[in-house]
Design a protein around this ligand. Structure first.
Ligand code: GAL
Length: 672
């Protein structure tokens, strides 16, 4: 598809703007304060369906007309949303069959949001009707610079187990298996436990049953559920595109914790602009690493191009057990860290803190306390910071290291009845990502079958499921001179969750030069000593060398003397196997060695620990972001031709001061 470009000057800045929550007298104040804060784009209409279409096919555009005109008059662009994440009550009264049914057969009610059956024809028809009406009315409106399709597809409930969904699932399966029921039976291994299907109509969604479900059935269901929502997103996008062929479209992803319903590798190519929502977890003492990981993943989904941070929070959210406010300077560090990872827009949920409704205790750009507040002052300061960074727009990343990320592998390894329930995909990825973050190494994320020619080092911390093409791609990367490191329990099964026979780690035995005949996962809290120092946790297996050499072996326990970490010369490259999860220091030291062997350098040498350094590359200059997480500040050596952009200060002394808990952004001419 031809990708349309978002036309907002510099870095976009704003948030979800929900003026329908307020009397109209407040709107003029909103415009004045948005201007004061330097807001240049807001997302409107996200949850306004009930007010916009009071009865089927009857529209009241008066409110939205006025809002868009006011925004335009104040030079603020609109990212205009289709409101299809929150169908009105009248719709469900007319179409109760469009309400979803959960795995246990419990029908859900309306009265909240994001509660509908993705396969419901009535829902699809209503969603496309309102999208078409919006498209036709506002295609030429000068405020509208982008379509915001729906809101966070997959949030809250992405699956529906009703009979309509069952029929849609069967038709998706017929497609996948070429209408060949025997192929499905083989792929799902239905000879096991008498699950053989003789008729397509016998196949159901994986509803609650008395015992463990069939893994391939569950995995195909997850693929189907992601595709079903994607087809809704594409249908809305097409309707909007017909009305306004030049306006780009996005939908907001949430790639980290909150939900993992969608295979975003399949979604991203369908959008003009990739955007993401990110929220801090109150329980994470190092949220900055989560932000970095999320940003690197989103930039990678966007094919390396800049992306938009569509939502994050100025302070506390309202959906965790305890919702912590941000510490001094954290709002600025968070926002600029997203810019450092490639965001060309920074937006919040939401503009004005709500007085009523489910999210009345969620922070906003304009808090309940009003403008005499720390949050408001920080919001105004951030607007000014982002204006100073306008020239960063369009610049990209510089990674020579890639981490393999795959939703099929994530879904599969977290299915029930695994060797260990403690293996959690995101936790493993983060364990490997953390030492790279601490060392200031730039990272991209890739699919197993990606073109890897730009990388020196490829890490696959957790790739339980891999198809033949993905496995061959990774092996040939090592064979042609790359450095590959693979984590335990990878390559174990194929795309149908069938175990790869002949020893573990299945698909990677040859490239890694090892063959394990039995798995010995460790109990929660259990540690296995390593003869080179440190311990392993979570996993061990009886690795036998088949070409590789042992780098580290178990010093105790049932596998005493068995290799835990191996290294294999393969072709002109190298392949490492980590058959356990080393403790953080040991893993850090090991990955530093792997990285040095691969010739991967940090973004900037000599940066004190706890100061994050990230580089964006433009055509004529590099932009180095330095974010201090130590609270101490730092002095960092840079080129003598560099300029600090937030303060506009030239740095002829060849050094920049990063304020305590603050940020510096340095422009270095290329080649300096
Ligand atoms: C997001 C959602 C927003 C708002 C926000 C609160 O997941 O898209 O509408 O609910 O969470 O943190």
């Amino acid at each position: 598809m031809t990708r349309r470009v978002l036309d907002v000057p510099g870095i976009a800045y704003g948030g979800d703007y929900n003026p329908e929550q307020w009397p109209q007298e407040v709107w003029a104040e909103d415009m004045r304060l948005m201007t004061e804060a330097g807001v240049n784009m807001v997302s409107v209409n996200i949850f306004s369906w009930a007010l916009l279409e009071p009865a089927e096919g009857e529209y009241d555009f008066s409110r939205l007309d006025r809002v868009l005109d006011m925004l335009y008059a104040h030079g603020i662009a609109a990212d205009l949303a289709t409101p299809t994440a929150a169908p009105p009550a009248w719709f469900f009264r007319a179409h109760p069959e469009a309400l979803p049914v959960d795995r246990d057969g419990r029908g859900l009610s309306y009265g909240s949001r994001q509660t509908f059956c993705p396969s419901s024809p009535a829902y699809r028809e209503a969603a496309l009707r309102v999208a078409r009406a919006l498209g036709e009315r506002y295609a030429g409106h000068p405020a509208v610079v982008m379509w915001h399709v729906h809101n966070e597809y997959g949030c809250h409930n992405a699956e529906c187990f009703c009979d309509t969904s069952a029929a849609a699932f069967r038709s998706w399966l017929r497609d996948r298996y070429g209408d060949d029921l025997a192929a499905l039976n083989h792929a799902w291994g239905t000879a096991f436990w008498s699950q053989w299907y003789y008729d397509w109509d016998e196949i159901l969604p994986p509803r609650a049953t008395g015992a463990v479900p069939n893994p391939a059935h569950r995995l195909d269901w997850r693929r189907f559920s992601s595709d079903e929502l994607l087809s809704l997103c594409k249908a809305e996008r097409e309707v909007l595109e017909q009305a306004a062929p030049s306006v780009p479209a996005t939908t907001n992803f949430m790639v980290m914790h909150n939900f993992d319903a969608l295979d975003y590798w399949r979604w991203a190519p369908e959008l003009d602009v990739v955007s993401n929502d990110h929220y801090l977890r109150s329980t994470d003492p190092e949220s900055e690493i989560d932000i970095a990981l999320s940003g690197d993943l989103v930039r990678s989904l966007a094919g390396g191009r800049p992306w938009l941070l569509m939502e994050h929070s100025t302070g506390a959210v309202n959906w965790q057990q305890v919702n912590r406010a941000k510490t001094p300077g954290e709002l600025r560090r968070n926002a600029l860290a997203h810019v450092a990872r490639g965001a060309d827009g920074i937006a919040y949920f939401q503009w004005r803190a709500a007085k009523a409704g489910a999210e009345q205790w969620h922070s906003a750009m304009l808090p309940h306390a009003g403008t005499d507040s720390v949050i408001w002052r920080d919001v105004v300061q951030l607007g000014s910071d982002l204006r100073s960074l306008a020239e960063v727009r369009g610049s990209t990343g510089t990674a020579e290291t890639a981490i393999v990320w795959d939703w099929d592998a994530k879904w599969a390894v977290e299915l029930p009845s695994q060797p260990s329930e403690s293996v959690r995909y995101l936790e493993l990825i983060r364990s490997w990502y953390e030492p790279l973050w601490r060392a200031g190494v730039a990272v991209d994320f890739v699919r197993p079958d990606a073109d890897l020619s730009a990388y020196r080092l490829v890490l696959a911390p957790s790739l339980y499921l891999v198809d033949d093409a993905g496995a061959a791609n990774l092996a040939s990367f090592a064979e042609r001179g790359g450095t590959l490191a693979v984590g335990f329990h990878s390559g174990a099964v194929d795309e149908n969750c069938h175990v790869r026979l002949g020893g573990y780690p299945g698909a990677f035995r040859d490239v890694l030069g090892v063959r394990s005949d039995e798995l010995f996962p460790l109990l929660p809290g259990e540690r296995a000593g390593l003869d080179t120092g440190g311990t392993g946790s979570l996993w061990s297996e009886r690795v036998r060398l088949a070409g590789a050499r042992a780098v580290s072996s178990y010093a105790d326990g049932p596998l005493k003397g068995v290799p835990a970490v191996t290294r294999h010369d393969y072709g002109t490259g190298t392949a490492w196997y980590l058959a356990t999860l080393p403790d953080p220091d040991t893993l850090g030291a090991l990955l530093a060695r792997v990285r040095e062997e691969a010739g991967v350098r940090p973004v900037l040498e000599g940066v004190p620990s706890g100061v994050e350094a990230v580089r964006r590359r433009g055509p004529a200059a590099d932009f180095v972001f330095l974010v201090d997480h130590t609270g101490q500040g730092a002095e960092v050596a840079v080129s003598a031709e560099a300029v600090e952009l937030l303060t506009g200060t030239p740095l002829p002394g060849g050094s920049v001061s990063v304020p305590p808990g603050g940020v510096a952004v340095v422009r270095e001419p290329r080649g300096a």
